[in-house]
Design a protein around this ligand. Sequence first.
Ligand code: VG1
Ligand code: CO
Length: 542
Amino acid sequence: MSAVRIIQTTPFDGQKPGTSGLRKKVKTFAQPHYLENFVQAIFDSIGEVGGKVLVLGGDGRFHNRTACQTILKMAAANGFARVMVGRGGILSTPAASCVIRKYRTFGGIILSASHNPGGPDEDFGIKYNIPAGGPAPEAVTEAIFARSKAITEYRIQDAADIDLDRLGTQQLGPMAVEVFDPVADYAALMQTLFDFDAIRAAFKAGFGMKFDAMHAVTGPYAKAILEDMLDAPAGTVMNGTPLEDFGHGHPDPNLVHAHELVEALFGPDAPDFGAASDGDGDRNMILGKNFYVTPSDSLAVLAANATLCPGYAGGLKGIARSMPTSAAPDRVAAALGIPAFETPTGWKFFGTLLDAGKATLCGEESFGTGSDHVREKDGLWAVLMWLNVLAVRKEPVADIVRAHWAKYGRNVYSRHDYEGIDSAAANGLMDHLRGLDLKGKALGAYKVAFNDDFAYTDPVDGSISTQQGIRIVFEDGSRVVFRLSGTGTEGATLRVYIEQFEPDVTKHHLDPQEALADLIKIARDVAQIEARTGRAEPTVIT
Ligand code: VG1
Ligand code: CO
């Protein structure tokens, strides 16, 4: 007989979800009651869960399976009728969103710390996605946090573990657990959006590609879609087996961490196209032969070429980007005569725009691109959209992007991260910036149009989010933006975003670090970065 146990507990400090869920060290999550408290706080905050269906899965990192078993038992004890869990506890973030929407479930729990490293001494994370399929909006995450501070007990079923590797339905006390193929529904959705025949023909004609799954969750998805369905040659997918520690890697698809892919695309005999995705499959990096596409440009190029893809042949309703993302997509929106939206950082802010049919494509400078097909950013989706565009246009990636700049101008862009700095110093730096009144002043050769701390009023539901990043915007439209990361687990990470519009095509070939050198210096000086953090140079430049 399996019975429900009610366990007495006391709150933990700091169970406040950040940019994308609660992220902490595995050791923090593995403490008795830590995960349980947070999961009960979710169940207590989302309305009546009795009789409902929940989706569950994660990026396969260390602690994923253990956490799945705990959450299944807690879901049973809290009255869920059924949990749909990805086989092996595996489910990419966009696939979770797809499944939540397709089967109209009462949301889902995604276990991931995304691009953060995994392993016993590394990071773990958890987030709740709402029935629309997207990350819980701030009102919900705040309710969960408030509940976590008042929790006194949680419910858990006394039952044996579920066999997560066996497809089909098993019983856990009164609740059904359905272990399903985490790839099938997602792959079927991709087929409705893109011209698989055209992409298949391109591979057949010798189009060369490398996809780096970085030993994270997209391996099985990429192999099934690229190699099995689209007939890309075996070996197109690199590092395709999900590992609990991502092979000691840092599953962040950028020029620094996806170095194996970068070496292939910038080396001799480079393939035509390269792409990588992150821990949980929602990010993407796009490379051409000897060419890097910034995420902001990628969104702009995809928007400009969207009608080449069957799923977007009818045109776009609007384009949304996060505030620190470059304004390149806005220029495409203006040319198309559709609205452009600027939201705070984090995918949760796109949900209302997508639900209301105001935006079709969304993106963030942090290698996140997506559309209204799900309510998460979607790494493989972006890769397939690029493949579709390349298969139709039959031009190199670099030529497509350069032609785009020639037409719209180039928003030269870079992000500098200062990782693992002292939290007090980071907060002091932000307070210092917040206190500055720069309007009308000259910084170097630039004159400040305005500076502020970005605040956002959601145009659909009217909710207000403040303190979303310090902007210093210059009279020529150039800008520098400063924010602190909300996904890290150690100290603080300062992100500095630098952007300058360059209409002159003869300067489009310049390296962004050179082209932006003056602005980079201004950013460092005005924020007193070295004096306050002890860092003369950033840890990561993208
Ligand atoms: C970062 C990115 C942000 C992204 C978030 C979650 O947040 O800047 O654009 O939405 O990660 O992405 P922050 O607060 O560290 O800057 V993921 O792939 O980690 O779910
Ligand atoms: Co991610």
